[in-house]
Design a protein around this ligand. Structure first.
Ligand code: PSU
Ligand code: MN
Length: 320
């Protein structure tokens, strides 16, 4: 028999005083992840987005808590200097559920992905978390891919641990849809199998991350944020244990036309395969390649959708 874990993750948290105060007094708090700062966007855009996402949460009447790792602790709410470090330092570690203990034990500076941010949020008592797009099923995860040179690549089985976390941690994640570089239909199937509600707000189509459309119907949809809040409250009250994925489309003015996004993603995915990029490096590599191929227009969309998600999450947090 194992001893019960006393404190567990909670013993590793360092909660910023404003965030702690808000949690104590029942004010809304929104968690924000840090991998999109260190690995998802180039400097200085990443730093601008980090600040703008926090500001958007505040404008919605909630307190932002950006999450990262340092000195063996999970920081919940970051100061300006740490945000700058995450945005500029080389070799910031990308930390997810499987690499959490390693990063804490090695006392490195780490950026949290969706899975690690959900874990920290749940431990801190934060119910709502905003990100850009979740990880999911990568193309070729389940099927053999035939490369142009005739090489047969067996199924990679590369499925983001974000999906596992959504299945087992009761935190509401607001995003602009699964990242479009993924097998989106496959991602939805895994989320359904693992019992995760996926809910589009204000549209019956699943938002397509860089673009508003994905061509895939949303598994569930609600008319507005009030209805989304109702669904989320009900889900959390049932105690099913899983999270909820709330999907809101990128603002129209900043979206990447779907055809342009699809072409760039197809090319970037093929380039990644050719360059032999696999594992945790794959998502950042493909996002950066898509940015090059679209002359930075994907970054404009990515920026806008992150800030919009933060704004929506702030509104949702007030009623969840
Ligand atoms: N959303 C973005 N950009 C990103 C990410 C999300 O707009 O870079 C990050 C998130 O931290 C997510 C991670 O958890 O990408 C997924 O990585 P992987 O596919 O290796 O699980
Ligand atoms: Mn992966």
């Amino acid at each position: 028999m194992h001893e019960p874990v006393v404190g567990g993750l909670r013993d590793r948290l360092v909660i910023d005083s404003e965030v702690a105060d808000a949690l104590r007094t029942g004010r809304p708090v929104v968690a924000l992840e840090s991998t999109l700062i260190s690995h998802g966007l180039p400097y200085p855009r990443n730093l601008e987005v980090a600040g703008a996402a926090e500001a958007a949460v505040r404008e919605s009447g909630a307190v932002p808590a950006t999450i990262a790792i340092r000195d063996g602790r999970l920081l919940v709410g970051l100061d300006a200097a740490t945000l700058v470090e995450l945005a500029t330092a080389r070799g910031v570690r990308k930390v997810a559920r499987p690499t959490l203990a390693g990063a804490l034990a090695a006392r490195v500076l780490g950026a949290t992905t969706v899975s690690a941010t959900m874990l920290a949020s749940a431990a801190a008592g934060i119910r709502v978390f905003a990100t850009g797009g979740i990880g999911g099923v990568h193309p070729g995860a389940f099927e053999t891919v035939l490369a142009p040179d005739g090489t047969r690549h067996p199924p990679s089985l590369d499925v983001s641990v974000d999906l596992e976390e959504l299945a087992r941690t009761p935190v509401v994640v607001v995003c602009a849809g699964p990242k479009a570089i993924l097998d989106v239909a496959g991602t939805l199937e895994v989320l359904e199998s693992r019992g995760v509600p996926v809910v589009a707000v204000g549209t019956d189509e699943l938002p397509g991350f860089f673009s508003r459309a994905s061509g895939i119907p949303a598994p569930q949809h609600v008319a507005d944020l009030a209805a989304a809040a109702d669904l989320v409250r009900t889900h959390l009250a049932l105690g099913l244990g899983s999270g909820v994925l709330i999907c809101v489309p990128v603002p129209m003015a900043d979206e990447l036309p779907r055809a342009e996004a699809l072409a760039a993603i197809a090319r970037a995915t093929a380039d990644a395969e050719e360059a032999g990029i696999h594992g945790p490096a794959l998502t950042p590599w493909v996002l950066q390649r898509v940015a090059e191929l679209t002359d930075g227009r994907s970054i404009r969309a990515n920026t806008a959708l992150i800030i919009n998600d933060a704004r929506v999450a702030g509104l949702l947090a007030a009623t969840v």
